[in-house]
Structure formats: C-alpha cells, structure tokens
Design a protein around this ligand. Structure first.
Ligand SMILES: [Zn+2]
Length: 241
C-alpha cells in the first residue's frame, strides 16, 4: 500500500504500478473520513493509516457504487462498527446490486462492476450540497448516474472518484486512455460525464484527487485540456453518427 499525503488528504493506493486503485482518508480536527473503500486488499492499509493518525474513523463516503470503490466496505464496517456510511441517493441502488434506470434518465445500460454481495447498508443518502464534516457533496454524474465528488471547503481540494482519471494521462471519465482504459469501459454516459467535468472545473480546485492515478496540484489547465479533448472526441462521434 502506497500512501501519499497532501495537506489533510491521504491517498492510499493498492497496486500502484499495475492497476492503481485509490481510496482517501480526510483528516478533520478530531475525526477521520474514509472516501471510497477500494478493493478487498485495501483494508489492511486503511486500518494501519487510521491507527497511525490516531483519530476515530467516523464516516465512510462512497463516490459511486462500483466494486473497485466499495471492495473493503464490509470489512471496514466490521472493524469500525460506529462509522456512518454514505453514498448518493441514486447510487445507493447500485450498492444493492440494482442497475435499473429511472424513466427520466438516458436509457443507456449502467456499465462496470456493480457489487452483488455487499452487506453494509448506507444509512445516509447524499444529495447536492450535503456536508460530511468539511467535505461538501457535488453531484457529478456520468461515470455512474449517481457519482458524486467531495469538495474540501477548507483547502479546495476535490475528490472526484472516476469523474476523471489521471493514470496514463488526465482524461474526463469515459474518454479512452489506451494505457489504462478500464474507467472508460465502465462509464455509463460520456456527455453527462463531460458536463460534470465542467462543473468540477468551475469550482477551481487546488488539488484533483481521482480513483485511478496520482493526485494533481493546481489542476486547472490540465482539467481544461482534458475537457477540450473530450469535447472534440464527442463532437467527432456525433458527426460520424
Ligand atoms: Zn473505479
């Protein structure tokens, strides 16, 4: 497990050189929040870091319901039974293995690995503007219908799940990066993902933290470039259709 710290955000990465899967611990004054729960092998590193920091883990927030973001959730809930688990209202259905669409959503099948045997129930269903300590919920759908980002109101960092990837190169969720194509394969709706990427840019974050790949400081220009490339790609697709 690799740990990289940036102010009060700790990035925990399993398989950093092969198939990097990140989760994050956000340190508040008197407590800790885990953002995403990685894959099952993320568990030991999470426990070790919580013990090293030495503050109680009180919240687990999931950016979306895919298997590589909720893999250690049951073990974490067992080890820290008092944690409050939260996920967006919309993706709480994915956490239960339900991939049905709402009638007002584009009728494109939800992609990616949706867990089937998660026992933990998210007791809190999040919507735009909700707060978990210093973190504010920003809805950023596209990778899944209920994907959210967490905006750090203290330091203006943003943890976006798979709304972007930075492995291989920075890309908007759904845009194919040949050296690491998996987030693109798992993305539900590219146009909606692009709109969410613009919403993230408008917040002008000081740090971009993603599900797959390294954190980027002062990411404004790189986010702009990724948005430009995604818009061009989608434009080409539409012209060709
Ligand atoms: Zn992912």
């Amino acid at each position: 497990m690799r740990v990289i710290r940036n102010q009060n955000l700790y990035q925990l990465t399993v398989l950093p050189s092969v198939f990097p899967v990140n989760c994050y611990i956000y340190e508040e004054e008197d407590q800790l929040t885990l953002i995403d729960a990685g894959i099952p092998s993320s568990f030991n590193g999470i426990v070790k870091l919580v013990n090293e920091i030495g503050k109680p883990l009180t919240n687990v927030v999931l950016t979306h319901g895919h298997g590589d973001h909720v893999g250690a959730l049951d073990k974490v809930k067992q080890a820290f039974p008092d944690v409050a688990v939260s996920i967006s209202e919309r993706d709480s259905r994915l956490l239960r293995g339900d991939v049905s669409l709402n009638s007002d959503e584009p009728q494109t099948p939800i992609k990616g690995g949706v867990p089937k045997r998660i026992k933990t129930i998210a007791e809190r269903k999040l919507n735009e503007g909700d707060r978990i300590g210093s973190l504010e919920v920003v809805t950023t759908p596209g990778h899944t219908p209920g994907s959210i980002s967490l905006f750090d109101t203290k330091n203006r960092a943003i943890i976006v799940g798979d709304a972007f990837q930075t492995r291989g190169k920075i890309a908007v969720g759904g845009q194919l990066v040949r050296s690491f194509p998996f987030p693109a394969f798992a993305t539900w709706h590219k146009e909606i993902a692009l709109a969410s990427a613009k919403k993230i840019l408008a917040l002008d974050p000081t740090l971009l933290a993603v599900g797959h790949g390294n954190m980027i400081e002062d990411p404004h220009q790189q986010i702009e470039k990724a948005i430009r490339e995604a818009a061009e790609q989608l434009g080409n697709v539409q012209k060709g259709a």
